[in-house]
Design a protein around this ligand. Structure first.
Ligand code: ATP
Ligand code: MG
Length: 430
């Protein structure tokens, strides 16, 4: 029996994990600069939290959740999105008591039963932010700008930023009525999904990817004309602020998002080259969700960014963030006498902050040198019978191809100095 990772999931292997770590570090840094704190919530929640917040008729709730009963019959679901758990935690821990707004970010795994393809998986990962407790349009603009700055800093440019306002539930209801009336005549010609959406989730007809549906719904009324005055004023302020921050955007009246809880501003960052999976980041305002989940009426704003899609984009752009780790020093331990002394030497090196690796099982010098070469270490330190007898170490610079001897005593400090100088020489020489 050969076990495989479940369909739609990926191992993040050592050859790649450094890219993830570099992105995570960048994201953490950029969030901290904007006054956001990290939050981590459980991998699963009560199922009802998600059905209630995302909406019963959305794709996620109707067909994508990993739901199960635990051994005591509790209905639980693996996190299918990042926002509801954070709102739940915010209410439960009374985070608002520390002053509003609460500015949070997260880095997490997300589970959705979707058809796996490039950029679409059953377990994926997201960076996200949630700002809870401010209805100010500057929050919308600030968080969109944060996403843009992060995407730019890792090399994901160029992108298209699309924004829209979908108003508040009351204004949206009027719009949905007008939308339904305008497509009623062609309903029979729309795709099966859109026919279902017509009844259950009419707004989603707007972002159907089928060319036929696009064409048939080309002349539907514009949601902008149905916005309530408060949403319209808010949207105006968001656009002003984005312009002031120097961000290019397109107002896309057909942009709606997959969750029921959005109000007013919605936005997406789209990139080329990922086919239908071209949205790397999406989010918006959700002024009704906190109250819907049992908290005080509290406005909020957030986004989620797909890390796998971001990495695919960077790969296509030829951009790399971070660098693969390599050892500074490799300690070759040749012969019985060198085993323990070599181990101690590696420990001394690590205490100085150098990465040091070694080989095991007292293998041949040749085998150990081969491994030293593979490790990418700049310096190999060789300890053999000779060296032990003379209390010395043979050092070999793997780049300069030079070899010399050092006293074993105090060797770690000298190696550190040597590598620092070698490094700066290299930087000087370019
Ligand atoms: P899409 O329309 O592409 O399905 P979505 O609207 O379902 O995206 P969100 O729920 O807003 O996406 O999630 C935020 C981001 O997470 C998306 O913009 C995307 O980059 C990423 N994402 C969503 N679903 C997946 C998935 N199944 N696999 C990989 N990344 C995903
Ligand atoms: Mg989706």
């Amino acid at each position: 029996m050969q076990y495989r990772a479940p369909r739609g999931t990926n191992d993040i292997l050592p050859a790649d994990v450094w890219r993830w770590q570099a992105l995570e570090e960048k994201f953490r840094g950029i969030c901290r600069l904007a006054g956001l704190s990290e939050i981590r919530t459980p991998g699963f929640e009560e199922t009802e939290l998600f059905t209630r917040s995302i909406g019963e008729v959305t794709d996620i709730v109707s067909k994508e959740m990993y739901s199960f009963q635990d051994r005591s019959g509790r209905d639980l679901t693996l996190r299918p999105e990042g926002t509801a758990p954070i709102v739940r935690a915010w209410i439960e821990n009374n985070l608002g008591a520390e002053g509003l707004p609460t500015k949070l970010f997260y880095i997490t795994s997300i589970f959705r039963y979707e058809r796996p393809q490039a950029g679409r998986y059953r377990q994926h990962h997201q960076f996200g932010v949630e700002v809870i407790g401010a209805d100010d349009a500057s929050v919308d603009a600030e968080m969109i700008a944060l996403a843009a700055r992060f995407l730019g800093s890792v090399g994901a440019a160029p992108w298209t930023l699309k924004i829209n306002s979908i108003g508040v539930p009351a204004s949206r209801a009027v719009y949905v009525q007008a939308l339904k009336e305008s497509v009623a005549g062609v309903l029979g010609e729309l795709c099966a999904s859109c026919q279902a959406r017509y009844e259950k989730n009419p707004l989603r007809m707007l972002d159907c990817k089928e060319p036929k549906c696009r064409e048939l719904t080309n002349d539907v009324p514009d949601i902008a004309e149905y916005l309530d005055s408060e949403s319209a004023a808010h949207f105006e302020k968001v656009r002003e602020a984005l312009t002031a921050l120097g961000l290019d955007f397109e107002v896309d009246p057909r942009l709606v998002r997959g969750f029921d809880y959005y109000t007013k501003t919605v936005f997406e960052f789209q990139v080329e080259g990922l086919g239908a999976q071209n949205t790397v980041c999406g989010g918006g305002r959700y002024d009704g969700l906190v109250e819907e989940l049992g908290g005080p009426a509290t406005p909020a704003f957030g986004f989620g960014m797909g890390i796998e899609r971001l990495l695919l984009t960077l790969e296509q752009r030829g951009a790399t963030v971070g660098e693969p780790p390599r050892a500074d020093v490799f300690v070759v331990r040749a012969g019985e006498g060198a085993q323990v002394e070599g181990l101690a030497l590696a420990e001394e090196l690590r205490k100085t902050g150098l990465t040091a690796d070694t080989d095991y099982g007292n293998r041949s010098m040749k085998a150990q040198m081969k491994r030293a070469g593979k490790s990418g270490a700049r310096l190999t330190l060789i300890l053999g019978d000779d060296e032990i007898a003379s209390r010395q170490v043979t050092a070999r610079d793997m780049i300069a191809q030079q070899q010399w001897r050092l006293p074993l005593e105090g060797c770690a400090g000298m190696v550190k100095d040597y590598l620092e100088t070698a490094e700066s020489d290299q930087i000087r020489r370019g």
